[in-house]
Design a binder for this molecule. Sequence first.
Ligand SMILES: NC(=O)c1ccc[n+]([C@@H]2O[C@H](COP(=O)([O-])OP(=O)(O)OC[C@H]3O[C@@H](n4cnc5c(N)ncnc54)[C@H](O)[C@@H]3O)[C@@H](O)[C@H]2O)c1
Length: 285
Amino acid sequence: MSNQLKTITVIGAGGKMGMRISANLQRSDYQVFYCENSPQAQAQIGAQGREISDAASVVPLSDVVILAVPDIVLGKVSETVVPQMKRGAVLLTLDPAAAYANLIAQRDDIEYAVAHPCHPSVFLQRYTKEEHEDAFGGVAAIQHIAAAWENGSDAQRAELAQVINVMYGPVDQVHWVTVTQLAYLEPTLVETVACMVGAFMKEALDETVKHSGVPEEAAKAMLYGHIQIALAVAFRATNPFSDACMIAMEYGREKIVKPDWKQIFDQKELDIVIARMLKIDAIRR
Ligand SMILES: NC(=O)c1ccc[n+]([C@@H]2O[C@H](COP(=O)([O-])OP(=O)(O)OC[C@H]3O[C@@H](n4cnc5c(N)ncnc54)[C@H](O)[C@@H]3O)[C@@H](O)[C@H]2O)c1
């Protein structure tokens, strides 16, 4: 397949995601322009041997414009960038929240896509030191990507997947879903639930040490090993939880989890959490 997507602009190239994806794009065959507002972030880009471009000059030349700016300013930034884009170009955002909330400036003759990293799986077989150290992904440990391009054809998605594979590489697979489905994945599944549970387990660890006087190293050793076995049993059914463990789990669920917790999957709840994240009063429909 011939690749029509050749020129890429990264807006917010000196931010956390901007720096990560730029490092990968810089090594590719794509022609890449880097745009950044903050002088401090511009210095970081320069230190990596990348030149800063003026967005108004390079956006009109670009087949893909990546908005790697904070979600709370995405709407405002898109109002400047979208009118500068060439017909048929793709505006790629890195998180579904702003797209879900309809905050991004619209034009009928450009395309809109979102691509979010899944991060390397907890079950990934890692062989090298670099793979072990790459918790976030995009360096050495392979990860999947969840993406949305609702109006894109299979051929267009395949082309954009090549860009996604480079910017987030190494990538195993790009999973195409709708923007709303992507919002159910993040925030609902992975932030509202998984990250919350991760932070909750840290709090439980601190409380165990404080409350029982168990040495911190002992508590960490016990918890880290049990996080591993709990995930293996729950997700991989490697072996069953013991009968006594299941009784303790049931007690924990009664004490900690609200019976109506699945409300978080109601779309009005998704609207509430996304509006809160974007610091807006309500989602635009
Ligand atoms: N940080 C993460 O772990 C992570 C993970 C997945 C997706 N994302 C998504 O990536 C996007 C960027 O998030 P981040 O955490 O990298 O943000 P960040 O705050 O680290 O970086 C944003 C950068 O954009 C720059 N910027 C702001 N307005 C600009 C403008 N008009 N022109 C040029 N540069 C401008 C800022 O100076 C900053 O350097 C968001 O959509 C976020 O949801 C972030």
